[in-house]
Design a protein around this ligand. Structure first.
Ligand code: GSH
Length: 221
């Protein structure tokens, strides 16, 4: 049975972006299986996709015959199976803080502006694009304000969210900042976040995971 890794991913999906960063930080070889979330209503709504993920979302990491879902659970799986280049700190207290930062983004910010939420606002409630963008910016700003406050002046904050090695908190933060830029949010209110984002993007593992570097990214991305 093959133990190959294949990531069902969309270039602009920030949840898939988290997993690409984690795979790259671990130095693992993987294929990208593109899932176009938008074209023709979205590949995730095709009949066969529910076998990959009944939630009809990316990322899905295929490891041999196993289908791994939920980006945070995937990152922790990678860390358990390939412990080198750990994605979590050594102590329980630091791990708690890092998981809290990761969940701030993954549980409390990102889901509110997910594609299916925006489609629901648009199709069921008739919310026009400008108001939908205001909605998205609102949740990003509220969430990243809290993220910045959690980082500033905290003794565990270093070059990265925790000390001087990237963790799952950085895997979540960088894609969320990408989204903030995409929605033209003013980042100047978050100096610590921007400093850490730049430190991350200077690493090849983060750079290679950028949306515009993905095989399914449009040439103009
Ligand atoms: N909690 C999930 C969220 C995954 C998620 O939101 N995926 C988005 C792309 S970033 C998606 O596939 N959306 C499809 C849709 O909304 O139709 C995770 O962390 O993996």
């Amino acid at each position: 049975m093959s133990d190959a890794l294949s990531l069902h991913s969309y270039w602009r999906s920030s949840a898939a972006y988290r997993v690409r960063i984690g795979l790259n930080l671990k130095g693992l070889a993987y294929d990208i299986a593109p899932v176009h979330l938008v074209r023709d209503g979205g590949d995730q709504h095709r009949p066969g996709f529910a076998e990959l993920n009944p939630q009809r979302m990316v990322p899905v990491l295929q490891h041999g015959h196993r289908m791994l879902r939920q980006s945070l659970a995937i990152l922790e799986y990678l860390d358990e199976v390939w412990p080198d280049a750990p994605l979590l700190p050594a102590t329980a207290r630091d791990r708690q803080r890092v998981r809290a930062l990761a969940q701030l983004v993954a549980c409390d910010v990102h889901p509110l502006a997910n594609l299916r939420v925006m489609r629901y606002l648009e199709n069921d409630w008739g919310v026009p694009q400008p108001e939908r963008d205001v909605w998205t910016r609102h949740w990003i700003v509220e969430g990243l304000d809290a993220f910045e406050a959690s980082l500033q002046h905290h003794p565990s904050t270093g070059d990265f969210c925790d000390g001087n090695m990237p963790t799952i908190a950085d895997c979540c933060l960088v894609p969320q900042v990408y989204n903030a830029r995409r929605f033209a949010v003013d980042l100047s209110r978050w100096p610590t976040i921007v400093r850490i984002e730049q430190a991350c993007l200077a690493l090849p593992a983060f750079d290679a995971a950028r949306p515009e570097r993905q095989p399914d990214a449009p040439a103009t991305a």
